[in-house]
Design a protein around this ligand. Structure first.
Ligand SMILES: [Zn+2]
Length: 158
């Protein structure tokens, strides 16, 4: 089953679309094999009012620490890409959030994931919620994580 491009909140007031390139990056890192390690990166794209378009998902760098059930992102390589995209797009393409894989069919966040997402949301300079994506073997798990208040779950739009 292919991963879905279009997502939204239940009330459809906030829509999210992934480019084919971003979906392709997710698909290439799905943990199908027992010895596949977790992968991840950052999500870059544009903001349109409450809506977001994810243009690019960066791939793991040689500095990231990758294990079966843990992915620790080192900012260095991902941050350079984010700054390059920001400047060459004249500020249109910005940091939106993070993604990583889980060795589960239908993934759900760990308590470590939630703690990390919250910390990243607090750090955001534009005060927008963090876009948090987990790539499972059969589906994505997607949440908007604000720096205060409850997270908002997104579901696929077919
Ligand atoms: Zn996780």
């Amino acid at each position: 089953m292919p991963l879905m491009n279009s997502w939204g909140t239940i009330d459809r007031r906030t829509l999210l679309h992934f480019s084919d390139a971003a979906i392709e990056t997710f698909s290439q890192h799905i943990q199908f094999q027992d010895n596949d390690n977790e992968a991840g990166g950052i999500l870059l794209g544009s903001v349109h009012g409450p809506h977001m378009l994810v243009d690019q998902a960066t791939v793991p760098t040689e500095y990231d620490k990758r294990f079966r059930c843990l992915f620790e992102r080192m900012p260095v390589g991902h941050e350079t890409i984010a700054i390059n995209r920001w400047t060459t797009s004249k500020g249109t393409i910005r940091y939106l959030g993070e993604w990583h894989t889980h060795p589960e069919d239908n993934p759900s966040p760990s308590s470590i994931d939630r703690a990390e997402w919250y910390q990243l949301a607090v750090k955001r300079r534009d005060k927008r919620p963090l876009l948090a994506v987990i790539v499972g073997r059969k589906s994505l798990y997607i949440e908007y994580v604000p720096s205060s208040g409850p997270s908002i779950l997104l579901s696929p739009i077919s």
